[in-house]
Write a protein that binds this ligand. Structure first.
Ligand SMILES: *Cc1c(COP(=O)(O)O)cnc(C)c1O
Length: 403
């Protein structure tokens, strides 16, 4: 017996999703949530029994499965077990957590760092701890969902500037009352488009209008700068960002999120941000893996060189075939498709030819800008990239995206 009202808004929402999913599944257009059965070497995976080239991974430097990192994780399990005794503030802090935070602070050229159990939780908690009612937060239109959610949760006045449009940002800053706290926040590398925030200009505006600056480095660590330390290195603007946020789940093959900043800011967050105080500490294996991964990046700079070369090959090749890859300059390479169903069909063609790539559709991106969101990593071989581009090219011809 079902006691729910069968025509309320919740029921309608669930039904609409269910209908959409049924359509996609029966049309062989649904490729989300597929389990990877095995990680093979060289950016290859086994999915549905088939060996596929992986072009949807965030492991930009190919560090998943790195022997040194695996070893560090195993040692931490032997030493500390698999869980902690609770939250960091109380009994959950282990020496490995403090080591990790020191490693992050050094890597990010910051005084101090604090970690959280995910990047998503980091943005939610940090933004809503820094900002509150009456304050003003300025966010790029295509910032990551966790930033948007953090801004909404803070209760601050929420202003969105057109993507990477510094004139628009300046206009909004100028219009805000002079005596309020202001925070400007943006992705370093935009997670759906792959382009880079105009940091020099943002920094200039923040100084001019007395705004704090927070940058999300989820996709710039290991990707930007000769040493892979991120966007400040890329623009040679060390110390320009007040709050350098990042995740431990992308280039760093673990899980968790962090903020690197001045000591006072980190101390404030450690005693005021709710995701730190009310959620369990990172498991020892994940903390140790992350700690080792930052060191591997510095010890193996050839990975960054390789990623840069592969990125050039991939973007250059797709562009020369006639694809629109927007303004990407990084390992995130959007292949514009237009309608959602075209992006789904492109995915089907690619995956049927053993190229594991995934579509991003609305509402994650603007309607009409659905795309394959392909990524390239240091683990790819140039000949594999060539093959993947052939497959994507054939699919694009078949679906009329290119000639
Ligand atoms: C992935 C991502 C996050 C969230 O990080 P998780 O550690 O996966 O929760 C935050 N911001 C950006 C820009 C991201 O791409």
């Amino acid at each position: 017996m079902d006691f729910h009202n069968t025509d309320d808004a919740v029921t309608r929402r669930i039904k609409a999703m269910s209908d959409r999913l049924t359509y996609l599944r029966t049309s062989d257009l649904y490729f989300y949530n597929q389990p990877v059965e095995e990680i093979l070497g060289g950016a290859k995976v086994r999915v549905r029994g088939r060996e596929m080239g992986m072009y949807a991974s965030y492991s930009y430097l190919g560090l998943v499965g790195h022997p040194r990192i695996n070893e560090a994780a195993k040692k931490a399990v032997d030493k500390f077990g698999t869980g902690t005794n609770g939250v960091r503030t109380l009994a959950g802090t282990l020496t490995i957590h403090n080591e990790l935070e020191e490693t992050i602070a050094n890597f990010k050229h910051a005084e101090s760092a604090i970690t959280y159990s995910s990047g998503y939780a980091t943005n939610l908690s940090v933004i809503s701890t820094m900002m509150g009612r009456g304050d003003y937060v300025f966010s790029d239109k295509i910032n990551h969902a966790s930033i948007v959610d953090g801004c909404l949760m803070s209760g601050a006045e929420f202003r969105r500037f057109r993507h990477n449009d510094m004139e628009h940002l300046e206009g909004l800053l100028k219009n805000a009352p002079e005596d309020v706290s202001k925070l400007v926040i943006a992705d370093s590398v935009f997670s759906m488009d792959g382009d880079i925030i105009d940091l020099p200009k943002v920094v200039e505006l923040c100084r001019k209008y007395h705004a704090w600056l927070m940058i999300d480095e989820a996709h710039s660590v290991g990707v930007l700068g000769g040493k892979g330390t991120g966007i400040e290195e890329h623009f040679n603007l060390y110390g320009a960002i007040d709050i350098k946020m990042g995740t431990l789940s992308k280039t760093i093959p673990s899980v968790g999120g962090y903020v690197a900043a001045k000591k006072e800011i980190v101390d404030y967050l450690r005693h005021a941000s709710r995701a730190y105080i009310f959620s369990a500490a990172l498991p020892p294996a994940q903390a140790a893996a992350a700690n080792e991964a930052f060191k591997v990046i510095l010890d193996e700079p050839w990975r960054i060189v390789r990623l840069t070369e592969n990125t050039k090959q991939f973007i250059g090749g797709l562009k020369s075939m006639g694809f629109d890859t927007l303004l990407t300059e990084t390992a995130i390479v959007p292949v514009l498709c237009g309608e959602d169903d075209t992006a789904f069909a492109m995915t089907r063609e690619a995956q049927h030819n053993d190229v594991f790539v995934l579509p991003v559709v609305s509402p994650a991106v603007q309607e009409g800008l659905a795309r394959l969101r392909a990524t390239v990593t240091a683990a790819h071989d140039p000949s594999e990239i060539e093959r993947a581009m052939d497959v994507i090219g054939e699919a694009g011809k078949k679906l009329g995206l290119i000639k």
